[in-house]
Write a protein that binds this ligand. Structure first.
Ligand code: DC
Length: 216
């Protein structure tokens, strides 16, 4: 069985997908992490990440690989484990700017398809149910209001002892939504056969229960 989970930034996709994976014995594939790894490469290279032609050319040097170590997805960039840097705010914001570039998507697509073809995966992202796994057995569109998503992110940062400004984070989330939903290639949208799950007023356990029951 393959499960696709799409939705906007901060909807809880990775938290939920990890828990569902454990319950159903599936491999969790975080596709955002792949775009984030390319973003790290582009940031470190010092190019202007808003320059689409430069991104299209430079991204060819980013070789992203995924390895499962003790059941955890580790992301390697040109042989170096970059998993620890993936969640930095600058990396997420850059990934949102560089992921629409067709050359970046083409590079990541074959990695995603290879994992999907092995089967038994729960894959999350923006275009999984629509483009990467249009044949998935279960498709979920997971969302929550931008206020709720920003509140969750602030809490997450505070727990890590990092400074967090609610208004700034909410604005970043809304800008990211806009970019993800309006881009030309593989925009974020609910697949026709995806089930909408709005987690704004749900606990994590309730969401996991709901998705597991949809997979039966
Ligand atoms: O889910 P995330 O925040 O880790 O994703 C980082 C960025 O990567 C996000 O802004 C959009 C992009 N992305 C994408 O275009 N397609 C996917 N399947 C997953 C993520």
């Amino acid at each position: 069985m393959n499960v696709a989970i799409d939705g906007p930034a901060g909807a809880g996709k990775s938290t939920i997908a990890k828990l569902v994976a454990k319950k159903l014995g599936l491999v969790y594939v975080d596709t955002g992490a792949m775009y984030r790894a390319v973003a790290i490469y582009l940031l470190d290279s010092g190019i202007d990440v808003n320059d689409k032609a430069a991104v299209a050319e430079k991204c060819k040097g980013a070789n992203v690989d995924i390895k499962y170590e003790d059941g955890i997805q580790n992301v390697y960039l040109n042989g170096t484990n970059v998993t620890g840097r993936l969640r930095e705010e600058a990396v997420g914001n850059t990934a949102s700017v560089t992921s629409p570039v067709p050359e970046v998507r083409a590079q990541i697509f074959s990695l995603q398809r290879g994992l999907a073809e092995r089967g038994g995966v729960i894959m999350d992202g923006r275009d999984i149910g629509t483009v990467v796994m249009p044949d998935a057995d279960v498709k979920i569109y997971l969302t929550a209001s931008s206020e709720v998503r920003a509140t969750r992110r602030v809490k997450e940062l505070q727990e890590k002892g990092e400074a967090a400004n609610f208004e700034e984070i909410k604005r970043d989330i809304e800008e990211r939504d806009h970019r993800d939903m309006t881009r030309e290639i593989s925009p974020l949208k609910q697949a026709d056969d995806a089930i909408l799950v709005d987690t704004s007023d749900m606990t994590i356990d309730q969401v996991v229960e709901k998705i597991c029951s949809l997979c039966k």
